[in-house]
Design a protein around this ligand. Structure first.
Ligand SMILES: CCCC/C=C/CC(=O)SCCNC(=O)CCNC(=O)[C@H](O)C(C)(C)COP(=O)(O)OP(=O)(O)OC[C@H]1O[C@@H](n2cnc3c(N)ncnc32)[C@H](O)[C@@H]1OP(=O)(O)O
Length: 287
């Protein structure tokens, strides 16, 4: 009960979340027979109160609408459980995520594409705007959307010999605002612009040098242990003031997206349906 009070969001952020959620309640595509609890696993460690959120869509954790919805639900669960912290990771040994499922983007149905983006925005509001401490245990390659979600966290440990970055420019996709704001919250504006306009996939050494990750790990369990050690740093910090400060730092970005949510969706749809991007997707899929 006390914990719930400590982790409650500031009122204005609740308003942002409400505006954001209302926007997607209209026109949702209904997806049936999906076990969302299996696509993203949520496990809470009783000893330290940390929740582990594990992406579980083999072979490569590509984000389709269903995985995105499962992540959104998992983040709700973490919030509801009043977890003391959260570690985002993947079940696949050497892959965190491959990014968006190209089959979701190629010759996409516009209505489903809009819903896909709307759920991604939801995930962003929930993760970037969370009050509890967050860390990403990056156990392998992480191009595009997985990198985006890892950057929403407060700390990243990545196993050596993996690559990370937002590579949309290589596929002819202009990068949407939530990705720009999120990367800019981690590295400088200059480095963000360079990384996103070149679609750079950073090696672990280069990612560390530029500040995209905080530590290089020897393997997945080392990455996970490093994330736990990061969360432990907040053990003696009162969570309510910590949460308010984190939210205040991130608030301007969130207010801007909440106020321009429809335009952000329109931009994404335009970026995905543009012929240049569509021919990259066709080439990837061997069409
Ligand atoms: C933040 C968003 C803003 C920017 C927008 C970006 C749009 C995107 O996210 S597009 C996706 C970008 N991602 C990539 O370009 C990564 C492409 N994949 C890889 O580099 C590799 O697959 C990997 C390094 C992640 C893994 O390599 P590995 O050798 O282990 O496995 P593969 O044999 O390559 O793949 C296994 C299997 O999975 C299929 N696959 C891989 N990625 C995707 C994908 N993004 N969408 C759909 N399917 C994918 C791959 O074709 C293989 O399928 P088959 O077994 O049927 O051949």
């Amino acid at each position: 009960m006390l914990l719930r009070q400590f982790t409650r969001a500031p009122n204005n952020m609740n308003l942002i979340r409400r505006i954001a959620t209302n926007a997607i309640l209209k026109n949702q595509t209904v997806t049936t027979n999906i076990d969302y609890n299996q696509l993203v696993l949520v496990d809470v460690n009783d000893k330290n109160g940390y929740a582990t959120v594990t992406l579980n869509r083999p072979p490569v954790n590509s984000f389709n609408l269903e995985l995105m919805m499962a992540l959104s639900r998992a983040l709700d669960q973490v919030e509801r459980n009043n977890s003391r912290g959260m570690i985002l990771t993947s079940i696949i040994p050497n892959i965190f995520s491959t990014g968006f499922d190209i089959r979701e983007l190629y010759q996409a149905d516009e209505r489903r594409l809009r819903e896909f983006w709307s759920v991604l925005q939801d995930c962003w509001f929930k993760l970037y705007g969370s009050t509890y401490p967050t860390a990403a245990s990056i156990n392998g390659h992480n191009p595009a959307a997985g990198c985006f979600f890892a950057l929403c966290c407060e700390y990243r440990a990545m196993v050596r010999n993996s690559k990370l970055g937002i590579s949309g420019a290589r596929l002819g996709i202009s990068i949407p605002l939530p990705m720009i704001y999120t990367m800019r919250s981690v590295i400088s504006t200059r480095q963000t612009e360079l990384a996103l306009t070149t679609g750079t996939l950073f090696t672990s050494d280069d990612a560390l040098k530029v500040g995209l990750i905080d530590d290089i790990a020897t393997d997945r369990s080392d990455a996970f242990a490093k994330c736990e050690a990061f969360l432990d740093r907040f053990k003696d910090i009162p969570p309510v003031s910590r949460g308010y400060t984190k939210r205040s730092v991130r608030q301007k970005d969130m207010e801007e997206i909440a106020a321009n949510r429809q335009r952000d969706t329109d931009e994404f749809v335009r970026a995905v349906l543009n012929p240049e991007a569509q021919s990259s997707f066709a080439a990837f899929l061997g069409k």
